[in-house]
Design a binder for this molecule. Structure first.
Ligand code: ACO
Ligand code: KIV
Length: 517
């Protein structure tokens, strides 16, 4: 084992998906997993296979498709959870089961209602059972941040003897300060010695997740569990981009420690996750926020012009932010320039069909919009990829003057090669659009969330609409995306996109139901 290598374990698809409103369907998870592989992530926690048929399907598909990263599924210390995890990851050439049980007095007493002896027994059995499926078993002492050191040592001895190779010490509720977490990791990593790799998984409830991750690395942790954009339960997890760049930028502190992350892929990964989930990182978010490399005040601008390092500790290109792109696209640009720009922006798996469709949309956009920005192009390509499953396709939309008190929408949709049309009233323009689409398709959606952002600046900016719509009580709400200069068109497309996502996931699960138990 290389003592200087920090294993990057990404849990965007598991803990990240636990962020409210961040659920993704299988297609979307596969897309994120392939990008995480390109980013150079060592371990991808692809989900919690036992949580639902959708989760099982996503973990299995990712295990089949991803080749270079290790694929892992989380499971409680429960036989059926472990079995589902084992079956789902078995498709991967490199696989892991991650099992856990809480070790803090508060969790054992009130949640698990188990004694310390029972917890140890369950932990040993979980690891032994997981080892019947895979060699690589990770064990987490949930709420380690509030657990007793002496009890953790007992649990560690037991699970290492049972065959766990990685011991994860989660600060589940983001309670610890960096000095405390560093001390805990130092004591427990010294105790484990060469018997296991020590890992950390820090939550951000006090805004300290990344500080804690770095303190852990300095004190012996050799695996960090992180998410893109810091997504995760409640206030989120330690952000991959922050931890990785801190280790890279502060060589004076971290010495020979390194990660295998291909950092110029960070920005593209962050954009993909934000677009798919509809959750944008805050503007001032470190590394990937819109303002992370912008200099507003005169003194800063003057300094950067004279010498970039006066106000920049890393180059935007180090994390894949392309500034001052030389290739300017406009209405006179052709296919070659468009293709070149797409490659420059890091998209290397665009099908000819997606490229042609995005190019046509680009030409229409360029007729209406003066400057086509890199973000516009990035969004066009991502939108094509996300809306590829066009079960229903919006063909036309007409809305009436809403000041009359009778907002009306006339909608035409293509379905199985036929054009279907209807018109109807609503309590507002959007309501009229949604109700008319519901009547046309026969599905009644419940809008859970609606967001609109402008992709670039100016009155002619593209509107990107994200909807979260629930179509039945048994499945989570589905995300839909719409992109247009016209916000209502983008809205109708986003609503139909959520319906398409719901239907394609339903079709996929029906087709793959042989994988379920
Ligand atoms: C800190 C974390 O992020 S942990 C991971 C969180 N992720 C998830 O919870 C994934 C989504 N969860 C689910 O789909 C469901 O909770 C399931 C399928 C896992 C379990 O569903 P249910 O069987 O209905 O149980 P429910 O969620 O109501 O309660 C959890 C049960 O697991 C027990 N439990 C919790 N953690 C563990 C564990 N690590 N090992 C064993 N049992 C556990 C709880 O004590 C509770 O048991 P009880 O019903 O006897 O009181
Ligand atoms: C199960 C573990 C890894 C976890 O997510 C946590 O404790 O936050």
């Amino acid at each position: 084992m290389d003592k200087n290598k920090i294993i990057v374990f990404d849990t965007t698809l598991r803990d990240g998906e636990q962020s409210p409103g961040c659920s993704m369907n299988t297609e979307e998870k596969i897309r994120v997993a392939l990008q995480l592989e390109k980013l150079g992530v060592d371990v991808i926690e692809a989900g919690f296979a036992a949580a639902s048929p959708g989760d099982f399907d996503a973990v299995s598909q990712i295990a089949k498709i991803v080749k270079n990263s290790r694929i892992c599924s989380l499971s409680r210390a429960v036989e059926n959870d472990i079995k589902q995890a084992g079956l789902a990851v078995s498709h991967s050439p490199k696989h892991r089961i991650h099992t856990f049980i809480a070790t803090s007095p508060i969790h054992m007493k009130y949640k698990l209602k188990m004694s310390e002896e029972e917890v140890i027994k369950r932990a040993i059995h979980a690891v032994e059972y997981a080892r019947t499926f895979v060699d690589d078993v990770e064990f987490s002492l949930e709420d380690a941040g509030r657990s007793e050191i002496s009890f953790m040592k007992e649990v560690m001895d037991a699970v290492i003897n049972a065959g766990a190779k990685t011991i994860n010490l989660p600060d589940t509720v983001g309670y610890r300060l960096p000095t405390e977490l560093g001390a805990m990791v130092k004591e427990l990593s010294t105790y484990a010695g060469d018997r296991a790799i020590i890992s950390v998984h820090n939550h951000n409830d006090l805004g300290l997740a990344t500080a804690n991750t770095l303190a852990a690395v300095l004190n012996g942790a050799r695996q960090i569990e992180v998410t893109i954009n810091g997504l995760g339960e409640r206030a989120g997890n330690s952000a991959l981009e922050e931890a990785v760049m801190a280790i890279k930028v502060r060589k004076d502190v971290f010495g020979d420690l390194y990660t295998s992350i291909n950092t110029p892929e960070i920005y593209a990964t962050s954009r993909l996750v934000a677009t798919i989930t509809g959750v944008e990182p805050q503007q001032n978010k470190a590394i990937v926020g819109k303002n992370a490399f912008s200099h507003e005040s005169g003194i800063h601008q003057d300094g950067v012009l004279k010498h970039q390092e006066t106000y920049e500790i890393m180059k935007p290109s180090d994390v894949g932010v392309i500034k001052d792109s030389t290739l300017i696209l406009g209405k006179h640009s052709g296919r070659a320039a468009f293709k070149d720009k797409i490659a420059q922006l890091g998209f290397d798996k665009v099908s000819d069909e997606q490229l042609n469709s995005a190019f046509e949309r680009f030409k229409v956009l360029a007729d209406k919009k003066k400057d086509i920005t890199d973000d516009d192009v990035r969004m066009l390509i991502t939108d094509e990829a996300l809306n590829h499953d066009k079960i229903y396709e919006l063909v036309g939309l007409q809305i009436s003057d809403c000041s009359s008190g009778m907002p009306t929408a006339a909608v035409s949709i293509k379905f199985e090669g036929e054009i279907i049309k209807d018109a109807g009233l609503g309590d507002g323009t959007m309501d009229a659009i949604f109700k008319t689409i519901d009547r046309l398709t026969g599905y009644s959606g419940e809008l859970k969330d609606y967001k609109v952002i402008s992709v670039s600046e100016g009155k002619d900016a593209l509107a990107k609409v994200t909807t979260r719509v629930s179509f039945d009580d048994t499945t989570p709400a589905f995300v839909g995306h719409g992109l247009s200069i016209d916000t209502m068109l983008a809205t109708a497309n986003a609503y139909i996109g959520a319906l398409n996502s719901y239907l394609s996931q339903k079709n996929r699960l029906t087709k793959n139901c042989g994988h379920q138990v």
